[in-house]
Design a protein around this ligand. Structure first.
Ligand code: GRF
Length: 193
């Protein structure tokens, strides 16, 4: 992606489905002088997503997409093209993108996952980590390929799971490191690939 870095910041779309704390964090990062990205579009798979409110109140263009529509990915691709989007950051996006969609943005879609991938792909990570009495957990930012939570790892950070931890405390701690590594991963991707 290094070839994309020119005078202008890279037009980025963040895909969400819910709370949007990573969106908030990425937006903050994008506002830094040295930042390489501009968040030009927020796309949500749910109109109820809290993150949409954030987009609205910060004057970021946003859209909620009704996933029950026919040819929805074709429509999304068109919207991305119209908005000149060159990179996609998935941040709590609960839909699976097709192989075809991913191929159109090969090496340009990042996802954040609240585990030490390749361990604990999928949902309910913190419950499973606690149940298995793991000593460590963490967060991973990876490139998206056609297999769930399986693309090349760009950034990862681990933390200890303490005896007193529960689902809520783990989620809080992991989210904190998510907010640290997502901007780091973007820098790495944009300068080294
Ligand atoms: C995060 O834990 C992220 O790792 C996972 O979904 C959650 C989204 O949180 N993919 P938020 O909407 O960014 O607050």
């Amino acid at each position: 992606m290094a070839e994309l870095i020119g005078k202008n910041k890279i037009n980025t779309s963040v895909f969400i489905s819910g709370r949007g704390s990573n969106l908030k964090n990425l937006f903050k990062f994008s506002k830094q002088k040295q930042s390489l990205i501009k968040i030009s579009l927020v796309l949500s798979s749910s109109k109820m997503a809290k993150g949409l409110k954030f987009a609205k109140s910060n004057n970021i263009k946003y859209l909620s997409i009704n996933y029950n529509q026919k040819n929805i990915e074709k429509k999304i691709l068109l919207i991305l093209k119209k908005n000149n989007i060159h990179m996609i950051c998935l941040a709590g996006f609960m839909k699976i993108l097709s192989k075809n969609f991913i191929s159109k943005f090969k090496g340009k879609i990042l996802n954040i996952h609240p585990s030490l991938l390749p361990k604990y792909k999928g949902l309910n990570v913190h419950e499973r980590v606690l149940k298995n009495k793991e000593k460590y957990t963490g967060a991973t930012v990876h490139l998206v390929n056609s297999k769930l939570d399986s693309g090349k790892i760009i950034a990862q950070k681990r933390i200890m799971v303490l005896k007193k931890d529960n689902k809520k405390s783990l989620e809080k701690k992991v989210l904190k490191i998510e907010h640290k590594i997502y901007p780091e991963a973007i820098k790495i991707l944009l300068t080294n690939y």
